[in-house]
Design a protein around this ligand. Structure first.
Ligand code: SAH
Length: 259
């Protein structure tokens, strides 16, 4: 799959190409990321890409023409590479909130063009002419669409086959079955800290069921932890899981005990 990213700040993407899961994804070519610096498509000698808003008001607006030219360059490149036209996503607080379901759908798609806004946002005519979908990271305002683009590509990259060291690990993540994740523990089995590092009120031993070697009991404990945490923190996700038929009779019985 490929992501074509239109951005004023391509250098923000470099560290992610060098480290961790995103590096493995990008290097493996499972995710082909191409950066399209918007300034390359500005036509006056000042390489201007933003201008004052008509009607007045604070801030600057990203101009429509450089964006249209960048899109044309991307379409030409996709055609030359024999790659199909991918949908165009704009990051915006006015978009639909990003969900794991959307990430999974994208992970199984040919990719997308990602448009990173800056300043007050982009000229509406580019949105009307080219944008297929607007995605928000949440109800707060960032200074640019680059972190949202990196967020989306990170979430998609870790779902690519062979990119995570343990292929099963993302099947256990929060949201993969509509519920939040259970707690995790590793060595030591019983924590013995010197007084000055003590954590009052924290149980020093790992929950015994995890040491039992009994796989069915462990799976049940984890499922119940997921249900209890999700019920306490994000009750609407329980309703959604129920509506999607993802709760078993046993799950429902356990949820009743929480009331
Ligand atoms: N004036 C705009 C905010 C512009 S912030 C408004 O009030 O809606 C500049 C850019 O940052 C936006 O164009 C968008 O690409 C990005 N951005 C800011 N907050 C975002 C969010 N919550 N989700 C996705 N993108 C966001």
């Amino acid at each position: 799959m490929r992501f074509d990213v239109i951005t004023l700040f391509p250098e923000l993407f470099e560290p992610f190409a060098r480290v961790g899961v995103t590096r493995r994804a990008f290097e493996s070519r499972a995710v082909d990321v191409r950066l399209w610096p918007l300034r390359d498509h500005a036509d006056d000698t000042y390489r201007r890409v933003d201008d004052r808003p008509f009607g007045g008001g604070p801030g600057m607006v990203m101009m429509v023409e450089p964006l249209v030219k960048a899109m044309a360059a991307i379409r030409a490149d996709q055609a030359a590479a024999g790659h199909e036209r991918t949908p165009v996503i704009l990051f915006s607080p006015a978009g639909r909130p990003l969900t794991q379901a959307r990430v999974e759908a994208l992970a199984h798609s040919p990719g997308a063009v990602l448009v990173c806004g800056r300043y007050e946002g982009i000229d509406q005519r580019f949105i009307d002419g080219h944008i297929d979908e607007e995605i928000s990271l949440g109800d707060y305002v960032l200074s640019g669409g680059e972190l949202p683009a990196l967020t989306l590509m990170d979430a998609v990259a870790r779902l690519q086959p062979g990119v995570l060291h343990d292929a099963a690990s993302h099947q256990q993540d929060s949201f993969s079955d509509g519920l939040l994740d259970c707690p995790h523990y590793s060595r030591p089995e019983v924590l013995a800290l010197p007084d000055e590092l003590a954590m009052p009120g924290v149980e020093c031993a790992v929950p015994p069921v995890l040491m039992s070697g009994h796989h069915a009991h462990i799976a049940r404990w984890r499922r119940e932890q997921q249900l209890a945490i999700t019920r306490a923190r994000r009750p609407e996700l329980i309703d959604q899981a129920r509506a999607a038929g993802r709760l078993s009779k046993q799950d429902e019985q356990f949820l009743k005990t929480l009331l």
